[in-house]
Design a protein around this ligand. Structure first.
Ligand SMILES: [Zn+2]
Length: 446
């Protein structure tokens, strides 16, 4: 069976073909979640096997394998010429495998792990192709050590514009103490520090925001630990919203029944840690509730975009309680990917995301300073804090409301440590020296 590829998918595939002609050995296709990655992978595999050449297809999670095999079947890839495998399995039987002509690696950003390297080294003269939405590792480095070219064609905003992804609204009422977060050697936050940061979260506020922003919508809640996920489900249940928790140890039958109830809208809120991620098929939903801070752009993107599967007239609602947006920007923030080892702009951290003082909406700054969600006009943030009188009053009003204090408008005298001053400086675009100076002035350092 032939499946008609969209123009942009076609372009990506032909750009890849050209890359090999031009002498590249290991290009990587960068395509956002929702771009139809599986269909492109299947197309490449089909082209390869039709010439009688063998494909080795690598994944790091079993769920990804189930998904891709379905698509290969639909497209009509010759299974006799494909070896599917989990990296961990393949690496242990390299000497017993038929030699491939092409190695395809899904979720290619995991590619630095020793097992991948071992496979690539073993087949050092075999062509490779990677796929990822986020060609960046947890430590912020690019993929230059495993790939020699990044092939891009469409962005998230393009896919939204062309009805391949649903548009979204992003709200970021922060409910955790992000100052507590500490990075582990693996690159993401430590469990202990997340426990601390999330510890004082008032779950009533989680419910309150769900009710005001996404009432009765089908939602997936991402939590930082199994305990927190169970707790979140419990609180929702107590308030009268049917909720359930699932994790990797939930028995298959129970998990399937929960997913089915979620599909039937009998369960409104599905709580998990990082289970609903790459390759995990869940029914369509609109809303994502983030209670899991992360340092991983890749994880952030996957979780944030979970509700953006296209359906006519749908708008996805993302409620970020953990300040992820301040680190990574928005799902459709334009990112400049590179293969270089370190490139700050890869993470999108240089993006000016503004948070509405009134509705918590997060959006990229616009010249009119108008919130696209509620129409509130944001006060000017000036470097010399020479706010006009009326704007000051407006600010007063906002901070006196029942909303939490918004970081951006904290004054230096409100900061309790150098770290807070540095954060303030970063938010306002001041030079780092400013924070040091203020810390001295306010007696926070000697
Ligand atoms: Zn607003």
């Amino acid at each position: 069976m032939t499946i008609q590829l969209y123009d942009y998918q076609e372009n990506l595939v032909s750009k890849t073909r050209k890359a090999y002609i031009d002498g590249y050995k290991a290009p990587c296709i960068v395509a956002p979640c929702g771009a139809g990655k599986s269909i492109m992978i299947a197309e490449v595999a089909k082209m390869t096997t039709e010439k009688g050449n063998r494909v080795l297809f690598l994944v790091h999670r079993k769920e990804l394998l189930d998904q891709i095999q379905e698509t290969f079947k639909t497209v009509g890839v010759n299974f006799e010429l494909v070896t599917f495998g989990m990296v961990m399995t393949i690496v242990n039987k390299l000497d017993r495998l038929p030699r491939p002509s092409l190695i395809i690696t899904d979720e290619n950003h995991h590619g630095l792990a020793a097992s991948y390297k071992k496979i690539y080294d073993y087949y050092s003269d075999v062509l490779r192709l990677g796929f990822t939405a986020t060609p960046i590792r947890l430590n912020g480095s690019g993929l230059g050590d495993v790939n020699d070219l990044l092939i891009e064609e469409v962005s998230v905003s393009w896919l939204i514009e062309h009805k391949r992804l649903a548009p979204y609204e992003y709200y970021a009422p922060k409910l955790i103490d992000t100052d507590e977060l500490k990075k582990a050697s693996t690159g993401d936050f430590t469990k202990k520090s997340m426990d601390k940061a999330v510890g004082n979260t008032i779950y009533g506020d989680v419910i309150k925001h769900y009710e005001s922003l996404a009432e009765n919508e089908q939602a997936i809640a991402y939590c930082h630990s199994i305990e927190a996920s169970k707790h979140t489900a419990e609180i929702f249940n107590q308030t009268g919203y049917e909720a359930a928790h699932i994790d990797a140890k939930t028995p298959k039958i129970e998990r399937e029944s929960i997913i089915q109830q979620f599909r039937d809208r009998e369960i409104k809120i599905l709580c998990n840690v990082d289970l609903i991620g790459e390759g995990f098929d869940v029914p369509d939903c609109t809303t994502v509730i983030m209670l899991r801070p992360t340092k991983s752009l890749s994880l952030f993107i996957q979780q944030a975009m979970r509700g953006m599967r296209y359906r006519p007239n749908k708008t996805s609602i993302i409620i970020d309680h953990v300040g992820n947006v301040n680190q990574f920007g928005l799902p459709d923030t334009e990112r400049k990917w590179t293969l270089a080892a370190k490139k700050k702009s890869n993470t999108g951290s240089d993006i000016t995301v503004v948070q509405c003082k009134k509705c918590f909406g997060a959006y990229e700054q616009n010249p009119e300073r108008l919130c696209p969600y509620c129409g509130f006009k944001q006060p000017i943030e000036t470097k010399e804090s020479t706010l006009k009188k009326d704007e000051e009053q407006e600010l007063e009003k906002v901070s006196q409301s029942d909303f939490k204090i918004v970081m951006d408008f904290r004054k230096p005298e409100d900061c309790k440590s150098l770290k807070e001053l540095q954060e303030l400086a970063k938010n306002k675009g001041y030079k780092p020296g400013w924070a040091w100076h203020q810390a001295k002035v306010h007696g926070l350092i000697n």
